[in-house]
Design a protein around this ligand. Structure first.
Ligand SMILES: [Zn+2]
Length: 398
């Protein structure tokens, strides 16, 4: 199995092409985008997706996965013959910005989530429907999953992580996030942190402060210097594709007026690391810098350290990559060149928690995390076609 020749692939591709229904796909996109679903409150969008899948004849499972307010959506297209499972996954939540309703012209759809990533999810759903209508895959199954709690800092992927840990995962995964100019094979892990430095006592006039009490602003400055040193050391940790490990300070704050000694200093930033590193060791190393400084200065230093996603790697020798590239070549004439994943997404969790290969590939789209989102309609149809053909090639593998 899995040895379909070029002529055979072209035949399958042509069969799928006639089944990709743009009107149906755009109706799905409209349905999903029309429901405002900021992270944490994607229940209405999940309900809409569940309803339209049921209307298409699918049995839909709604596991809570630790988020009862918005149960996830799980559906299967099962060929009835043993084979592999290819999962299509997307998040239904959008960043917390003012709602923009669905819009459409000749070339594009617009509205909240049209780019990130209800448009891509609609294309994946259409891919599953087109595969079904073309009588594919001939063996194995397509698993469709959709969930809430993706977008940081309102969510950190907890619902999808729960699904993965509970075994709701395919043998390989496709995620239609808006990235189409490369096949991402490597990406850094990311945590965000907020560090708070405190001394005992209330705010006090500069000239009244007890001699010898720690000055939190000076301690904060020293911490910035030490994190700079740490970042210099981390510059030696390099992945040729993903880049380097880093620690970054993005915001600092202390004080109220010019001659008052404040008791609190806080700062925020990120820590990023390359594939192959243990995220727990990364966090421990960061905390060690804080603990040493607190002990030296007589301050209390606390870190709210939040994992966003672990690092990502893709085994380019995996059958998923081979079949994705054969499908991509059938549609676009040449394989997609490899490159870094510029952001963290749910594919990082797929790799870190399930050890399953995951390709992030979605429509040509833009404006993510703004009120000006859009996605190309032609490219959404291409993604639907590509997903169906990849499944047709991959799922029948024994
Ligand atoms: Zn996204």
């Amino acid at each position: 199995m899995g040895t379909s020749g070029v002529g055979e692939i072209e035949g399958m591709s042509a069969r799928i092409a006639t089944r990709v229904d743009r009107r149906r796909m755009l109706a799905i996109a409209r349905r999903l985008i029309s429901v405002h679903s900021p992270t944490g409150e994607a229940g209405g969008a999940a309900e809409a997706l569940s309803g339209l899948l049921e209307a298409e004849g699918f049995a839909v499972d709604r596991p809570e996965a630790d988020h009862p307010k918005s149960p996830a959506v799980v559906a299967r297209l099962d060929s009835g013959t043993p084979g592999r499972t290819l999962q299509f996954d997307g998040h239904l939540d959008t960043v917390h910005l003012p709602f923009v309703p669905f819009g459409k012209d000749e070339a594009q759809i617009t509205g909240s989530g049209s780019c990130d990533m209800k448009g891509g999810l609609a294309a994946a759903v259409e891919g599953m429907l087109a595969a079904r209508d073309a009588g594919m895959p001939e063996a194995g199954s397509i698993l469709l999953t959709a969930h809430d709690l993706h977008e940081a800092p309102w969510g950190f992927g907890a619902q999808f992580d729960r699904l993965l840990v509970d075994g709701v995962v395919g043998d390989a995964v496709l995620i239609p996030e808006p990235l189409c100019d490369r096949l991402p094979v490597s990406g850094r892990g990311q945590a965000c942190w907020k560090v708070t430095i405190r001394r005992e006592g209330p705010p006090i006039h500069e000239v009244m402060r007890p001699q010898g009490d720690p000055k939190v602003i000076a301690v904060g400055a020293e911490l910035i210097r030490r994190l700079g040193e740490l970042d210099s050391r981390l510059s030696g940790e390099v992945n040729p594709v993903a880049g380097r490990s880093s620690v970054f300070v993005g915001q600092v704050h202390a004080g109220e007026i010019y001659n008052q000694d404040p008791p609190i200093f806080w700062m925020e930033g990120t820590r990023r690391w390359i594939p192959g590193q243990d995220r727990r060791e990364v966090e421990a190393g960061f905390r060690a810098v804080l603990d040493a400084l607190a002990a030296e200065t007589g301050t209390t230093i606390e870190a709210d350290y939040q994992l966003v996603r672990d690092a990502f790697a893709l085994d380019v020798a995996s059958p998923l990559v081979a079949d994705f590239q054969r499908a991509y070549t059938a549609l676009s004439g040449a394989p997609l060149s490899t490159g870094p994943k510029p952001f963290v997404d749910d594919g990082n969790s797929v790799w870190a928690l399930a050890g399953v290969p995951c390709v992030t590939h979605g429509p040509r789209a833009g404006g993510q995390h703004t009120v000006g989102e859009w996605a190309s309609i032609d490219d959404l149809a291409r993604v639907a076609h590509l997903y169906a053909l990849t499944a047709a090639l991959y799922c029948p593998r024994g």
